[in-house]
Ligand binder design. Sequence first.
Ligand code: ZN
Length: 152
Amino acid sequence: MGFVVKIIPQDHTDIEGFYAGNIVKYSNEGVTVPTHTDDLSLAKVYKRRKNAENALNKILKECTFVTECEVEEIISDDVVKCCRHACGKPLTDKMDIEYSQELGEYFCSVRCAEDYYFDYMRSIPLENIIEETEVVYFKNGKLYQKDLYNKN
Ligand SMILES: [Zn+2]
């Protein structure tokens, strides 16, 4: 059993559906919209009402065209699966299960949770940033960041 957040936009031409997890930017439209799905079975199910309420508040705060959301109760007897999509193992009492209070999701292991968190934060090693952007650099062994707004 769980809950999902249903998105009800101001205008029917705006995106309608179920909240599927992340807030993403549609850069070509210049607006922030929640990742959504029209298919309830693909929607992220929030295990506790509080998590669903958190998602609802996030949507209302970040999406100007969404004026209304609803928390819908979902009845399901499905086995809970690991939240990391590449894994998706059904969870059992033999696993070292981790729970994310932020996401309201479960992971089969600490490893899966860590992988998900790193992906979610789009975390990459510093050397990639140095190679690609040259915005940060080392001087005398210490890390500095270029001041892009002050050209002195
Ligand atoms: Zn897993």
